[in-house]
Design a protein around this ligand. Structure first.
Ligand code: GLN
Length: 488
């Protein structure tokens, strides 16, 4: 089945002309056709546009273009619906952009096109990427392919489902507080959030600009290396992207772990951690030791403040970023007697309850009477959290943690209780506050029901190559990433 091939397997076959880009794309479209009615990974996909791109890739292959020149030539890729693809819908899972089509390509989209990828469709997301389950999408939730009564995680849940359900070999998501790593853990795929500044955010609809970063979903760490390489790099259109060379991540995969020191963060193994997740992570740590790494305990003392700090800073930035959706400039408009009423009507109808909650919270923490007590204090604690990591990285090369406190929860279980939902992010949020890279890879399953468990590695700023190397060594020694959900 061509849709089950990894990016690396597919490019090898495309290069030898054993399969065509059209066949590979059609196989993905067939899988979407067969399963997306139930799983709802996609908000939209354009069959004729995808096949036209595939034809163009086949022509390039026939004319002698090689994967050394265009590493993703003929490879189907899906993109979370918060990233601009010219001429295609850009809804952000929100009614306010329900009929909006993007007039331009995000830089990552331009880079994927330049690498030869076939862009197949737009994946479901919590509204404006605010959430941990896709239940905040205005267009209905996505379902976890391992158990459709459960959530796939979020906010990039659609991208995770598409990759895990064999609809696409790779997808892009965005991660502001865990939105790539948590759904990757819940769906059993590889999710990589790069260092802040590694990948351009130009054309990513801003949620919390100092935390947002675009990253990848794949079925192997090798594919993560290839896809990251295609999208990374400095961009003059994003002043926070860093002018630093992009290493050959795939070439760095094969080193062994001898001489590497991996930190086990003691604060991440306390409290509300599910027993099966804890056991899987402890077993993974033993495996890392057998692979030659030296595992030592490290302390990240400000971890307990991370969730509160994040929900101050993220909501503050969101309240400012979402001011642009006013019924005048973008998307839906609900008229009113005067401009103020037009804004209120448009935003009242256009935004869902979680987005409104965050705009109100963010406006509050930025208001003149509370700015010092909340926002300014939040920024100071953020610095302490970053310093915790930089101190730990003086002695270790990477840190290992669980990705999530539990396996995928039932749909509806937490949607009525925002605080319970926010606590989902406890292990993923600090990474964004510190601006460092993180990756989640499969490390086992719960027994009954059988649901994937994620292992997270956190790295030094711009240390993606080391993260990928450690994750790859673990992946090669374990069977978890090869498991597939039964129904697909
Ligand atoms: N769940 C977190 C939130 O709701 C993270 C979302 C994200 O990373 N986009 O903000």
């Amino acid at each position: 089945m061509l849709n089950q091939l990894s990016i690396s397997e597919l490019t090898a076959k495309l290069a030898k002309r054993e399969v065509s880009a059209r066949e590979a794309t059609q196989a993905c479209l067939n899988q979407i056709q067969a399963h997306d009615g139930e799983l709802h990974a996609f908000l939209s996909h354009d069959v004729s546009d995808a096949l036209a791109q595939a034809e163009a890739a086949d022509q390039a292959l026939a004319a002698g273009t090689r994967h050394e020149q265009q590493p993703l030539l003929g490879v189907p890729i899906a993109i979370k619906d918060v990233i601009a693809v010219k001429g295609q819908p850009l809804t952000c899972g929100s009614r306010i952009l329900g009929n909006f089509n993007s007039p331009y390509d995000a830089t990552v989209t331009t880079k994927l096109r330049a690498a030869g990828a076939v862009l197949v469709g737009r994946c479901n997301t919590d509204e404006f990427a605010m959430g941990s389950s896709t239940e905040n999408s205005a267009f209905g939730r996505s379902c976890n392919p391992w158990d459709t009564t459960r959530v796939p995680g979020g906010s990039s849940g659609g991208s995770a489902v598409a990759v895990a359900a064999q609809m696409i070999p790779g997808a892009l998501g965005s991660d502001t507080g865990g939105s790539i790593r948590q759904p990757a853990a819940f769906c059993g795929c590889v999710g990589l959030k790069p260092t802040y500044g590694r990948v351009s955010r130009f054309g990513l609809v801003a949620y919390a600009s100092s935390l947002d970063q675009i990253g990848t979903f794949t079925r192997s760490t090798r594919d993560a290396a290839v896809l990251l390489h295609a999208i990374a790099g400095h961009d003059a259109q994003d002043s926070t992207s860093v002018p630093q060379g992009v290493p050959d991540y795939a070439a760095a995969l094969d080193g062994d772990l001898k001489g590497l020191k991996i930190g086990l963060a003691k604060e991440y193994l306390l409290g509300g951690l599910d027993a099966e997740v804890k056991r899987a992570v402890e077993t993974a740590v033993q495996q890392l030791t057998r692979l030659g790494a030296e595992v030592v305990e490290v302390s990240l003392p400000h971890t307990e403040y991370a969730v509160a700090t994040y929900y101050i800073i993220a909501t503050a930035e969101a309240s400012a970023n979402l001011a642009r959706f006013d019924g005048i400039r973008y998307g839906a408009r609900v008229s009113g007697a005067d401009p103020i009423e037009l804004y209120a009507n448009t935003r009242g109808v256009g935004f869902g309850p979680e987005v409104k909650r965050r705009i109100i919270l963010g406006t509050y923490v930025l208001s003149s009477g509370y700015y010092d007590a909340y926002y300014l204090r939040g920024q100071k604690v953020r610095t302490l959290i970053r310093q915790d990591f930089l101190k730990a990285f003086q002695t270790v090369d990477a840190i290992v943690t669980p990705t999530t406190p539990s396996v995928a929860f039932k749909a509806g279980e937490k949607s009525g209780d925002p605080l319970q939902m926010y606590l989902q992010d406890i292990y993923t949020i600090s990474c964004n506050l510190a601006g460092i890279p993180g990756i989640s890879i499969p490390c086992g399953f719960s027994a009954n029901p059988k649901l994937p468990i994620g292992l997270q590695f956190l790295g030094k700023p711009f240390g993606e190559a080391t993260l990928l190397q450690v994750a790859h060594a673990y992946e090669q020694a374990t069977p978890w990433h090869r498991e597939r959900p039964a129904q697909v």
